[in-house]
Design a protein around this ligand. Structure first.
Ligand code: THU
Length: 162
């Protein structure tokens, strides 16, 4: 039998002005992280910013290593910092921006599979969805409601025997 999984909706915005002021400043902080990214191997610079329910905003940027598998995405740097610094605070939104200094990126850069899994972990931990905000180089912005939408048939803590 053919089954249908994961139909979901997302919002797109023609310009940053269509976002709330809070979201605009989240993007500003994410953009500012591009300079702090350490990406000498990929030349792909990623900035992220997470808004917590205590109104703190926590930044992150990708951090690479000569041993390639050790590279860490901006989203996880930001989320793990949130958890380490404010373990009780609930992440509400994450904004992610990226730049490839060699060429334009015409599509929004979505979180990689590993980052979706990590976003999902925090959604589950706090029983609260995390909005994922993206942009592309054409000036368009996108909002996804939850990592659940972007990670069909996800593995999560509910499968582990307690
Ligand atoms: N990267 C991120 O930081 N976030 C993503 O969502 C995709 C990929 C980083 C990891 C690595 O430093 C570089 O981009 C190329 O994969």
């Amino acid at each position: 039998m053919l089954q249908l999984v994961n139909l979901f909706e997302y919002e797109s915005y023609a310009s940053i002005q269509e976002l709330s002021e809070e979201e605009q400043s989240l993007f500003e902080l994410a953009e500012a992280q591009l300079e702090k990214a350490y990406a000498p191997y990929s030349n792909f610079y990623v900035g992220a910013a997470v808004l917590l329910n205590n109104e703190v905003v926590v930044p992150g940027s990708n951090q690479e290593n000569a041993s390639y598998p050790l590279c860490m995405c901006a989203e996880r740097v930001a989320l793990y910092s949130c958890s380490a610094l404010y373990p009780e605070a609930i992440p509400l939104k994450i904004a992610v921006v990226a730049t490839n200094r060699q060429s334009k990126i015409s599509k929004p850069i979505p979180p990689c599979g590993a980052c979706r899994q990590v976003i999902l972990e925090y959604e589950q931990r706090f029983n609260s969805p995390i909005e994922i905000l993206l942009k592309d180089d054409t000036g368009k912005y996108y909002k996804f409601s939850s990592a659940r939408d972007l990670l069909p048939l996800a593995f999560d803590g509910s499968f582990l025997i307690k």
